[in-house]
Design a protein around this ligand. Structure first.
Ligand code: BGC
Length: 755
C-alpha cells in the first residue's frame, strides 16, 4: 500500500520491541508489591466488572467507585471517555489499597472513532501492512480516550458462514489467519507497550469458537486434535508468538470441556507448549455458564476456572465472591491465586501503568488524535482495498459519470449501517450514506435518482431482531418496489445497494438462510426484469448464497461493511478512482446444503472428477454440484492479469533447505492494479491424509498496466509440516505438488521432492 507511512521496516522494529518489553519486566517490584497485598486484594485484581454501557455512554460510577476503593477490581471495560476513565484511575491510585492502577478494556475491533472495514473484509485485502496500520490507528484513538486494553484480534477460523461472528475474523485459512493475527497484535501493541498509544491486545476466543456446530452462536465443538492443531489453532499460536499481552477464552465446549475451564487448553497448550506469558481472561459471564453447561457445580465454578489457568473473571463476580472460600475448602491453592494476580500486575507493568497511571488519560490528545483527516483518509483507502469484485460482465464497472443513474435499496441511504458490527465508539451522525457520497462524487456530471426500494425483510419482527438500534425506516414493500421500478425505468443504469443490515452479522447473529433477504431479492428480480443494466453493491458480513444473482446480474461488487469512510470508498471504486483488488478469504457456497464447504478439505472416497453433472457412485449431490459459487482466494479486477508458466529452481528440496518458485504476472488490461498471487501445496501421500491444497504463501503485488512483474516464492520444509494423529509435528519425505495462481481453483502445478 502506498498511503502507509508505517513501512515494513518500522513494523519489524515494533516486533523486536515487543520481545524487548518482556525482558524488561521488573519482577522484584511486583514481588514486593504482592508481599504487601492481602489475599482479598490479590483476588480483587482478578475481578473485571463491566463499567457501563458504551452505547448510552453511561458509567456505573457508584458501583465502580466502591469496588475500586476497596481494591476489589483489577480493571473494568465499556466506559467511554477519557474524563470518566481518569476519574476512576485517580480513585484507584489515590484511594485504593496500594494505589494499583486499573486496566481499562474495550472492544476496539476494527477502529475506534475512525472505523475501518469489519475484520472479514480487512482480511480480503490480504494486506498485512494495512491491517497493522489500521490497528495502530485504532490504538492511537482508543488510548487517547483512556482505553489501555483491547479485546481484539478475533482470530477464530470459521468454515461455516451461518455463524454471524465470521464477520469478526479473517476467514477460513490458518496460514493467512496467522499472518494477519500477528499484524493486528503488532499494530495495537506498538512499541512493545511502552508508549502512551500502546494498546494491550487480547486475542480471542480461545479456542475453536468459530467451529460452533451448525453455525449457531455459542454452540459446542467436537473435533479431532489433529483437525484443531492443523486448521484452527495456528492463528492463536501466531498471536502468542507475536507477544500478545492477553488471551480471552471462548464460550464453547470443546470435546465436552468448557474452553474457559480446560486445564489442558490453558495451562497445557497455551502456557506450557506455546510459552504464552501474558494473562487469560474469560469471555463475558463465562464462569456462570459452567453449571448450565454441565461441567461444574455453581459453588465450584470459580475454582474449576482458576485451576485451569484462567486469571481474570469477566463480569460474574464469582472469583471475587467464591475464591477465598474455595481456598479454605482446599479447591484452589494460594499459589494459583498468586500466579493469576502476578500475571495481571505484570500486564499493568508492561503497559507502564505503575510508572505513569495517567499515561492514557491526557485529554489534550483527543483533539490531536481522534478521527483526524489523516486517519479518515487511510480508512477510506483501506476500505477500497477490501471490496471484492465478484463479477463484471462486459466491463460494466467502473461507471462513467454521465446520464441518469438510479441508486436503489435499503442500504443506499443508511449512514448508520456503514460501519458494521462492533463499532460502538464511532459517531454515525458524522458518516456519509452512499447516497451522500454518490451525490458528492457526481456533482452535476450525472443525474442521480434514488429510491429505498424495500425493507430489509418483509417481516417487521425479523428486521427488528437484527437492527440493534440502527434501524432502517420501514415502509410498505409493494409501494416501495413500485417507486423503485418507476425511477429505474427512467434511468440508464441501476445500482442496487442490498444485502444484510449491519447487525445481521456479528455476535448472536447466526442465520439459517444466508441469502439476500426476501423483499430485497424480489426487488432485485423486478429491477432486473426492466431490462436495464443492473449493478449489485452487496453489503454483508458473511458469505451469502448468490446463485440467482450470479446467474442474472452482470456486475456484483461486494462491499461488506466498510467503516466510517465506506461511502466515499465505494464511490471511489464504482467511478474508477480506485481499482478493486480484494480476494475472498472464505469459500462462497452455491447452496446452503453444501455447508461446510472450504477449500482445504481432505480427499474423499469416490471423488467426483467431473463437476458438470451428477455422477452415480461418486461423492457428489444429485441436485447441486460440489463446486462453490466463488472459491477461496477469488476476486476480479477492472484490469486483467495473465500468468506465465511457473518454474522452480530445482525439484529437490533438501532437509532444512529451500527452493524457489517464480512466475511472471502481466497486467494485460487498461488499469494499473494490485494482484494477489497465491501459492498452495499438497502432499499426495502422507502418514495421515492431507488436504487437497493448503495456502502456504502469497504476494500482493502492484502491476502497472502493460507491465510484467516476476513474482517469486521461497518454499522450505517448514511449509510441509503438519500434526499427525499423535500430534507429532513434521513432514514426510517424498513427492509434493506446488500450485500457483490467482485463486484456489485457477492454479498451475509443479512437482518437487522433499528429502
Ligand atoms: C464477546 C467478546 C467481547 C466481550 C466484551 C462478549 O460477549 O463474545 O468478544 O470481547 O463480550 O464485550
Amino acid at each position: 500500500m502506498n498511503h502507509s507511512n508505517i513501512t515494513t521496516a518500522v513494523l519489524l522494529l515494533l516486533y523486536a520491541a515487543t520481545a524487548q518489553a518482556r525482558d524488561t519486566d521488573n519482577n522484584g517490584f511486583i514481588d514486593s508489591l504482592m508481599a504487601e497485598m492481602s489475599i482479598e486484594e490479590k483476588i480483587g485484581q482478578l475481578n473485571l466488572p463491566v463499567g457501563g454501557d458504551v452505547v448510552s455512554g453511561t458509567a456505573q460510577a457508584a458501583v465502580l467507585d466502591s469496588l475500586i476503593m476497596q481494591g476489589k477490581i483489577g480493571g473494568f471495560f465499556n466506559v467511554k471517555g477519557v474524563d470518566a476513565v481518569a476519574r476512576f484511575q485517580r480513585l484507584a491510585v489515590e484511594k485504593g489499597p496500594h494505589g494499583i492502577p486499573l486496566l481499562v478494556g474495550a472492544d476496539v475491533v476494527h477502529g475506534y472513532e475512525t472505523v475501518f472495514p469489519i475484520p472479514l473484509a480487512l482480511s480480503c485485502s490480504w494486506d498485512s501492512t494495512a491491517i497493522a496500520e489500521m490497528a495502530r490507528i485504532s490504538a492511537i484513538e482508543a488510548t487517547a480516550d483512556g482505553v489501555n486494553w483491547n479485546y481484539s484480534p478475533m482470530v477464530d477460523i470459521c468454515r461455516d458462514p451461518r455463524w454471524g461472528r465470521i464477520a469478526e475474523g479473517s476467514g477460513e485459512d490458518p496460514y493467512l489467519g496467522s499472518v494477519l493475527a500477528q499484524a493486528y497484535v503488532h499494530g495495537y501493541q506498538g512499541d512493545g507497550m511502552r508508549s502512551d498509544s500502546s494498546l494491550m491486545a487480547c486475542v480471542k476466543h480461545y479456542a475453536l469458537y468459530g467451529a460452533a456446530e451448525g453455525g449457531r452462536d455459542y454452540n459446542g465443538v467436537d473435533m479431532s486434535r489433529e483437525c484443531m492443531f492443523n486448521y484452527y489453532m495456528p492463528p492463536y499460536k501466531a498471536a502468542a508468538d507475536a507477544g500478545v499481552g492477553s488471551v480471552m477464552t471462548s464460550f464453547n465446549l470443546i470435546n465436552g470441556q468448557h474452553a474457559t475451564a480446560s486445564e489442558w487448553l490453558i495451562n497445557g497448550v497455551l502456557r506450557n507448549d506455546w510459552d504464552f506469558d501474558g494473562f487469560v481472561v474469560t469471555d463475558y459471564g463465562s464462569i456462570d455458564e459452567l453449571p448450565i453447561m454441565g461441567v461444574a457445580d455453581k459453588e465450584d465454578a470459580a475454582a474449576v476456572t482458576l485451576r485451569a489457568g484462567t486469571d481474570m473473571d469477566m463480569v460474574t463476580g464469582r472469583y471475587l465472591n467464591d475464591l477465598k472460600g474455595a481456598l479454605e475448602r482446599g479447591l484452589v491453592t494460594e499459589k494459583m491465586i498468586d500466579d493469576a494476580c502476578r500475571r495481571i500486575l505484570i500486564a499493568k507493568q508492561r503497559l507502564g501503568l505503575f510508572d505513569d497511571p495517567y499515561k492514557y488519560c491526557k485529554p489534550e490528545r483527543l483533539a490531536k488524535d481522534m478521527y483526524t483527516p489523516r486517519h479518515r483518509k487511510i480508512a477510506r483507502d483501506i476500505a477500497a482495498e477490501t471490496f471484492v469484485l465478484l463479477k463484471n460482465d462486459k466491463h460494466l464497472l467502473p461507471l462513467q459519470k454521465k446520464g441518469r443513474i438510479a441508486l436503489i435499496g435499503p442500504l443506499a441511504n443508511a449512514a448508520n449501517n456503514m460501519s458494521g458490527t462492533w463499532s460502538g465508539y464511532c459517531k454515525p451522525e458524522n458518516h456519509k450514506s452512499l447516497l451522500d457520497a454518490f451525490r458528492d462524487a457526481l456533482g452535476t456530471d450525472a443525474e442521480l435518482l434514488y429510491a429505498q426500494g424495500s425493507n430489509i425483510y418483509y417481516d417487521e419482527t425479523t428486521q427488528r431482531n437484527c437492527d440493534w438500534g440502527r434501524s432502517i425506516a420501514r415502509g410498505n414493500d409493494d409501494e416501495m418496489h413500485r417507486q423503485a421500478i418507476e425511477i429505474a425505468n427512467n434511468a440508464d443504469i441501476i445500482i442496487c445497494a442490498l444485502g444484510e443490515s449491519a447487525e445481521m452479522s456479528g455476535e448472536s447473529s447466526s442465520r439459517a438462510e444466508i441469502t439476500i433477504p426476501d423483499t430485497q431479492r424480489d426487488l432485485l428480480k423486478q429491477l432486473y426484469a426492466t431490462g436495464k443494466p443492473v449493478i449489485l453493491l452487496l453489503f454483508t458480513g458473511r458469505p451469502l448464497v448468490l446463485d440467482w444473482e450470479d446467474n442474472h446480474i452482470p456486475a456484483i461488487l461486494n462491499v461488506w461493511f466498510g467503516g466510517s469512510e465506506a461511502a466515499d470508498a465505494i464511490a471511489d471504486v464504482v467511478f474508477g478512482e480506485k481499482v478493486p483488488s480484494g480476494k475472498l478469504t472464505t469459500t462462497w457456497p452455491r447452496s446452503i446444503g453444501q455447508i461446510p464447504l472450504y477449500y482445504n478439505h481432505l480427499p474423499s472416497s469416490h471423488p467426483d472428477f467431473d463437476s458438470t453433472q451428477f455422477n452415480p457412485y461418486r461423492s457428489n449431490y444429485i441436485d447441486v454440484s460440489n463446486e462453490p459459487l466463488y472459491p477461496f482466494g477469488y476476486g476480479c479486477s477492472y484490469t486483467t492479469f495473465a500468468y506465465s508458466k511457473p518454474y522452480i529452481s530445482t525439484d529437490r528440496l533438501a532437509k532444512g533447505g529451500a527452493i524457489s518458485l517464480s512466475i511472471d504476472v502481466s497486467n494485460a488490461g487498461d488499469y494499473d492494479g494490485y494482484e494477489i498471487v497465491q501459492l498452495y501445496i499438497n502432499d499426495p501421500v502422507a502418514r495421515i491424509a492431507r488436504p487437497v491444497k493448503e495456502l502456504k504463501s502469497y504476494k500482493r503485488v502492484f502491476i502497472p498496466k502493460g507491465e510484467t512483474v516476476n513474482v517469486s516464492f521461497e518454499i522450505d520444509s517448514d511449509m510441509l509440516k503438519y500434526y499427525d494423529n499423535e500430534l507429532k509435528y513434521g513432514y514426510d519425505s517424498g513427492e509434493f505438488r506446488v500450485m500457483v495462481g490467482p485463486d484456489s481453483k485457477d492454479l498451475q502445478s509443479l512437482i518437487f521432492y522433499a528429502e
